[in-house]
Design a protein around this ligand. Structure first.
Ligand code: CAA
Length: 380
């Protein structure tokens, strides 16, 4: 076993940290308050290669490993989880899904723009009545010969308005259940496709989350990803990797809050000494550091398994389950260490605490991760 990062991985981590400090930190509180998507910064992330880290360079990607990707996700999430969810969806759901399962024409048509930051992707699985129960798709894609006629509504879609390429999951043949579901590439501007209301959220408020509606949208057959009926498997296969990205985001949120709490505890004095010298605070820091390190091992292990070409569905579910719990625990404690200052926006930790909660919900709730894990450990 080798726990040491390679020089390249360390360089990626440093570059992501520098970018987050120099470009994302300034204005992060205002973007959260005003619910403003970091459009310019996400564009820069595309130009720097953060939006398509694992894509083959022949399509404009970075050709990097998953470990490098989680390192970058962790650093960016320490500062701005709204930017990092956009990065995670574009990298691990949209680009990875298209590169793994798309046709050569689809890859050549969409990946270069999604890699450069010129376009952003969105992954549209959830519906008003189909969140955890993802096979219950109401959205329909009816086969009309040379095209599908798409009708329905998608909910809570990350990059909902800022995206221009949407991977939409829809039911084609209801009798076939999950084997009758397809994934279609829908482009912004297609007739009948409307970006609906923006969600007013507890956390990741800079992230652009929308409802989408599709009314008689004609989607050409060549926009279907994979064979007829492959859409549900596409979604599940893609989410296995997406969960590594969200686990890395949770890890970053926790680590960001911990770093702030550690620094503050050395500066803030009570009863004549820095609060870090009070055992009540020192023990909190010890617990936070230990949980973060444990989460980090699970996240890196899942990424490593993916890089080795081994099955990583159980590992990614475990990483997301645990890292998101740690994100919640650690951010709550980081607010506590800051006392009254932690409860106001200026000190960042209250935002990180609000941002942490979504990591237990999206890309499969913690309860869904337990279904995935328990089925996996019980199957033999
Ligand atoms: N990997 C690969 N294949 C999988 C899989 C996985 N993790 N989970 C299920 N499958 C396959 C099964 O093998 C099965 O195939 P066969 O019929 O050929 O055997 C098929 O998919 C159907 O599986 P199940 O019978 O297990 O289906 P189910 O109805 O019991 O549900 C579930 C399975 C795991 C609960 C699934 O519905 C699920 O993951 N739900 C959560 C959905 C989710 O994560 N949504 C997130 C939205 S995206 C998002 O949040 C992005 C964002 O904006 C940040």
């Amino acid at each position: 076993m080798n726990f040491k990062l390679t020089e390249e991985q360390q360089a990626v981590k440093d570059a992501a940290r520098d970018f987050a400090q120099s470009e994302l930190l300034e204005g992060v509180i205002e973007r959260d308050t005003e619910q403003r998507f970091p459009a310019q910064q996400v564009r820069q992330m595309g130009e720097l290669g953060f939006m398509s880290m694992m894509v083959d360079p022949m399509y404009g990607g970075g050709g990097m490993d998953t470990i490098s990707y989680v390192l970058a996700m962790e650093e960016i999430s320490k500062i701005d989880a709204s930017a990092s969810v956009s990065m995670s969806v574009n990298n691990s759901l949209v680009c990875w899904g298209l590169e793994k399962y798309g046709t050569e024409e689809q890859k050549k048509k969409y990946l270069p723009r999604l890699c450069s930051g010129e376009a952003i992707g969105a992954f549209c699985l959830s519906e008003p009545e189909a969140g955890s129960d993802a096979t219950s798709q109401v959205t329909e894609a009816i086969d009309q010969g040379d095209h599908y006629l798409l009708n329905g509504t998608k909910n809570w879609i990350t990059n909902g308005n800022s995206a221009s390429v949407y991977l939409v999951i829809a039911q084609t043949d209801r009798e076939k259940g999950h084997k009758g579901i397809n994934c279609l590439i829908v482009e912004k501007g297609m007739e009948g496709f409307v970006v609906g209301k923006k969600e007013d959220k507890l956390g990741i408020r800079g992230s652009d989350t929308h409802m989408l509606s599709f009314t008689d949208v004609k989607v050409p057959k060549e926009n279907r990803v994979g064979e007829d009926g492959f859409g549900f498997k596409f979604a599940m296969g893609t989410l296995n990797g997406g969960r590594i990205g969200i686990a890395a985001q949770a890890l970053g949120i926790a680590a960001g809050a911990y770093e702030l709490a550690l620094k503050y505890s050395k500066e803030r004095k009570t009863f004549g000494k820095p609060i870090s010298e009070h055992q009540a605070i020192a023990f909190k820091l010890a617990d936070m550091a230990t949980k973060i390190e444990a989460a980090r091992h699970l996240v890196y292990k899942a990424a490593w398994l993916k890089d080795q070409g081994e099955d990583y569905s159980e590992a990614s579910a475990m990483a997301k389950l645990y890292a998101s719990e740690v994100a919640m625990d650690v951010t709550v404690e980081a607010v506590q260490v800051h006392g009254g200052y932690g409860y106001v926006k200026e000190y960042h930790v209250e935002r990180l605490m609000r941002d942490a909660k979504i990591t237990q919900i999206y890309e499969g709730t913690s309860e869904i991760q337990k279904i995935v894990i328990s089925r996996s450990i019980l199957k033999d």
